[in-house]
Design a protein. Structure first.
Length: 430
């Protein structure tokens, strides 16, 4: 007989989720504060051209692409805990180094290496969550992981604005890299790779969680190896979907401070406050989407509907153009919030269609394609803004990318599609 979700230990949530949230928050801090450096005189100080500045923002994601699958393999086969510990230390050092480097070639190299080091974090975290939380819990657990993304940008946008006004952009980079190094040792002390290793759980609690996860795996169709998983139609479609989705997300994240500062003619502190607003909406929508996704187990509808809203908002902002800053800004807030909302449901799909021996690598492949999309988005949005002197072309570019991601989402067939076709009473009995 299966163990109900209510019978499983709540201690997993209170112990692990805050740690997961903080860890990914620090990763996101060190990848997204480049936009504030670029908007606050970094290019002028180092004599960086607009095209070189766009490439610097994008290089992180090229490095981020390469080690997704090896990172997931190591996390699944050996230890997500140790992998993330070393990643925290290294990315803190590389992030702080951005404030000390005055050579543009060295800055290119540092941004690339920062992406390489952080590439293991997301797949390792998703593997870690799949070892601790069951199917009806996973969208919420994923959301609390990725919630570190918009929440970090929310407070980072404000704090970075003040730090730049106090210690310039160099000091901002140096200061914001240090917390990751300190947190690495807290992470190592507090987490375990699997329930069976957790001394803070009672014996019966450990057994219940382990048995529930084992039973869940027994219901999945066996997949022999990574090659077979990567050839799955659902994995291919989700990879393409995440590529185009990430174009919109990271074109937005990296260049929003520059877009707002240029359009509003306001100072860097005010720009920081305005930049934080979309991420407040994003945090709220992510919680709402994950809650209803776990209740219904219908993942797709909480992905494509929000992405379609984001595409419409970007296009409407293009139509408004520079005629009314505040209406255009409101539409950017809607687009930003809508783009973030589906992360929890999206990353809950793969562990529901593939067994544990290949699910981590499949999520890493999908996340790797997202990294390529992030590279394209952050580079071309920066390039289009610089080449045209206006964000309008980049709004159309991001809107079109999100629209394609909607199409690929609708094309994916998942196990929960079948579940949703069964009567409600029958699903409740399962």
């Amino acid at each position: 007989m299966s163990t109900s979700n209510q019978e499983l230990s709540r201690a997993r949530w209170s112990r692990l989720i805050p740690i997961v949230f903080v860890t990914y928050s620090l990763a996101y801090l060190d990848r997204s504060n480049y936009g504030f450096g670029a908007a606050s005189g970094m290019a002028k100080t180092l004599h960086i051209t607009p095209s070189a500045s766009a490439l610097l923002g994008a290089l992180f994601f090229l490095g981020y692409f390469f080690f997704q699958v090896p990172g997931a393999h190591y996390a699944e086969k050996y230890s997500a805990r140790k992998l993330i510990f070393w990643s925290l230390i290294l990315w803190g050092i590389l992030a702080s180094a951005q404030g000390m480097i005055s050579s543009i070639p060295l800055l290119f190299f540092d941004r690339f290496l920062l992406g390489v080091v952080e590439s293991a974090v997301m797949p390792a975290m998703l593997v870690f969550i799949s070892h601790w939380f069951t199917q009806p819990e996973r969208s919420r657990a994923n959301t609390f992981l990725i919630l570190g993304n918009p929440v970090t940008v929310l407070w980072m946008s404000v704090i970075s604005g003040y730090l730049i006004s106090w210690v310039h952009w160099q000091g901002m980079f140096i200061i914001e890299g240090i917390p990751s190094i300190i947190w690495a040792f807290i992470w190592l002390a507090l987490v375990n790779d699997r329930p069976k290793d957790a001394k803070w759980l009672g014996d019966s609690e450990r057994d219940k969680v382990t048995n529930a996860l084992t039973e869940e795996q027994s219901r999945l169709k066996a997949v022999k190896n990574y090659r077979q998983a990567f050839k799955s139609k659902s994995v291919v479609l989700l990879s393409l979907q995440y590529f185009f989705w990430s174009i919109g997300v990271y074109g937005f994240v990296i260049w929003l401070p520059s877009i707002i500062k240029s359009a509003s003619k306001m100072g860097i502190v005010t720009t920081g406050w305005l930049t934080s607003v979309p991420y407040l909406l994003a945090a709220i929508l992510m919680l709402v989407a994950s809650y209803y996704s776990d209740r219904s187990l219908n993942r797709k509808i909480y992905v494509w509907v929000f992405l379609l809203i984001g595409a419409i908002a970007f296009y409407a902002s293009y139509v408004i153009g520079t005629y009314n800053f505040w209406i255009s800004f409101f539409l950017l807030v809607v687009a930003g919030g809508a783009m973030y909302a589906p992360y929890g449901p999206f990353f809950a799909i793969i562990p529901e269609i593939l067994p544990v021996n290949v699910a981590g690598a499949a999520m890493a492949l999908i996340n790797g394609m997202g990294a390529l999309g992030s590279f394209v988005g952050s580079y071309f949005v920066g390039y289009l803004n610089g080449a045209t002197g206006s964000p309008n072309a980049s709004y159309v570019f991001m809107a079109g990318s999100l629209l394609l991601s909607v199409v690929f989402t609708l094309a994916v067939r998942t196990n929960t599609d079948e579940i949703h076709r069964t009567p409600t009473r029958e699903r409740a009995a399962q």
